[in-house]
Design a binder for this molecule. Sequence first.
Ligand SMILES: [Fe+2]
Length: 261
Amino acid sequence: MDSQNTLDLIQTALDVQFRYAKGPVPTDLFEHPRWEMSAAHAGILTGLKNLYELAPSVPEDKKIDFAGYCLLWVSLIQLHHNFEEEHFLHHYPEAFEHKADILSEHQIFHDGIEHIKSYLLGCLPLGTKWGFFGEVVAEDPSRAQSQATTFDGAHLRTLVDAFAGPLTTHLQAEIGYFAPESIKAAGMTEEKIKQMGKDTQEMIKKIPLQPAFVYAVYHTAPGIEFPPLPRFITKFLVPWVLHWSGTQVRGWLHPQQRQCH
Ligand SMILES: [Fe+2]
């Protein structure tokens, strides 16, 4: 796959998410799952598009910082899919036939995400903190040498090319699975949707503000109000405090993202 093809796939998938993600929390509870899902996917696709566009032109002295920025995207997609598999899907009745589709689709690009993660970790010196939860790069059998590899943007793109097709297909298909008529037909109830909302809030509370919230806020497109964070966080804490406290996100924002915040 060539790079224009990958960017087209990402943009097409992003346009599908925007159709359902924009606007405030829907008043109809049965619209919530698709609204939340499409907004989360929009953040994942915006982050992927941004790192893919920037990868070939990263200055030599910024390569380690950029690899760390890309690993925030890895954290985001892993968090999203783990949450779906371990919490979100458990609220759905057995009659919701798309559970199996979702799990099998995750498996198709699982290796692709692991490859990009291990490549990026190999570009960081041992002991570096990475990702939303501040994990530390440690000696690993998959790491060929104790010295970090020099980041190569062209190589990173080939790793993304390898999973862009199945990932973007999955992110679009999932929006259809959570259509209100589909979940109603499967026996989903308002009570269960409310419980899912509480679970999502609990999960969000466990994520450290820095760098995850900075990443989330800066990769949220205008008009999207998910995750529903207090304005104190989105309009003050992120742009005026956390922005200046050593975040890797700061230097890698698309000009449009900078204007929005
Ligand atoms: Fe999803």
